[in-house]
Design a binder for this molecule. Sequence first.
Ligand SMILES: [Zn+2]
Length: 287
Amino acid sequence: MKKGSIVRGLAGAFLAGCLLSGCQAEVASSGAARPVADEAAAGKPAGTARAAAGSPAAAQPAPDAASGGKPAGGAGTAAGPSAAAAVPAGSEERTSVEQPDSVLVLVNKQHALPEGYKPSDLVEPDVPFLFKEHLEKRLMRKEAAAALEKLFAGARQDGIELAGVSAFRSFSTQRAVFGQYVRQDGEDKARSYSAVPGTSEHQTGLAIDLSGRSGACAATDCFDGTPEARWIAEHSYEYGFILRYPKGQEALTGYQYEPWHIRYVGVKAAADIFKQHLTLEQYLGAL
Ligand SMILES: [Zn+2]
């Protein structure tokens, strides 16, 4: 089998395995089939997919305007934040994070995981997903997986039935997908809608996209305002998760609002971030 067909086959397999989204990066990027992007999956900011279909320029992720938001400046001691320093505002430069195994690791367009990084403690959380197969995207780091199970149980007690859409995504998966897009559309265009390998938070094993059990609106804009989305926004912090891409914070995070994408940071950090209405970038900079 030729290399190209392997890649196409790979992408096709993802497509088949992904109901609606959460695996957007794997989906063809052209035409009406283009899904709403999830940050990690595609790198294209959520909420722009429909607009983007008609005007590609609108799909540009709030570029690294993010760093204009004063990312993790003085932080140099803690795990994640240490990597956040020294990237000038507006820069498209990336630094490699120094402690990828920290639960506070900061991964965004300026801060990439080391090439090939894969957490050593990935497990399958015992929660329902929108697919039956035991795929890589079920995996999370052990601590995050245990917290996720508690989160699902808490939601259920409140009458909210959640489902996982997509959790871990390996460097090699993202590289294969991104490479396919580069061949298809050229690198500049590919970067506008797909995450550069190493910059997807899903590679940390600490992030997951959620939906309701029906899968309706999974990882798409219409998830906003649903009972599941409201529950996630109000209660995730109790279990150590944050809404990583809050509404109106694109300049700081580099991504538009994603009510489905939560990130494990531990209970204390999550509570601080929630109660002070911070982004992870701000929280780490403020440490
Ligand atoms: Zn996500």
